[in-house]
Write a protein that binds this ligand. Structure first.
Ligand code: ZN
Length: 154
């Protein structure tokens, strides 16, 4: 099996068996994002537990790429320190803007590496980024602020 079809298998698996899908009992904030060109929708909810670690829930509908990306995101960032989650988000963003030339780091991205092929298709990049945009927006609304080297946001 070549890398491309292995990546497709991973995306399909997350689409069919979404990880961490569902709403949180008590969310600090949520963000609803829509990708009108493809018809994708995702709502991401965030909260932090007593030790400041992220809790993430989501709902959504749309193409396999958008929904698989939400599943990968939820699996990757759940229970992480917000700074660690932001590093993964930044790495995923970089991958999606690589035009398919990047060699994704599986240690950071986990199953997110499967989206390397998607980066070649500009129309699908929005699909893959949608849940991560919702995550960032929800974090901002919840007052979870993160600083990653060179980049500040509030
Ligand atoms: Zn889509």
């Amino acid at each position: 099996m070549n890398v491309e079809s292995m990546y497709q298998e991973i995306i399909l698996d997350h689409y069919k068996n979404p990880r961490g899908k569902g709403r949180l009992d008590s969310a600090a904030a949520e963000s609803h994002q829509v990708n009108p060109t493809c018809g994708d929708e995702v709502t991401v909810q965030v909260a932090t537990d007593d030790s400041g670690r992220l809790r993430v829930g989501y709902e959504g509908q749309g193409c396999s790429i958008s929904q698989a990306s939400a599943s990968v995101m939820a699996e990757m960032v759940e229970g992480l320190d917000p700074k660690a989650a932001e590093e993964i988000r930044a790495a995923f963003l970089e991958l999606m803007h690589s035009r398919g030339d990047a060699e994704p780091d599986e240690d950071i991205l986990g199953d997110g590496v499967a989206f390397a092929g998607v980066a070649k298709y500009p129309a699908r990049i929005k699909c893959a980024l949608l849940p991560w945009m919702a995550l960032q927006d929800a974090e901002v609304k919840a007052g979870i602020t993160v600083t990653v080297e060179g980049e500040t946001r509030s």
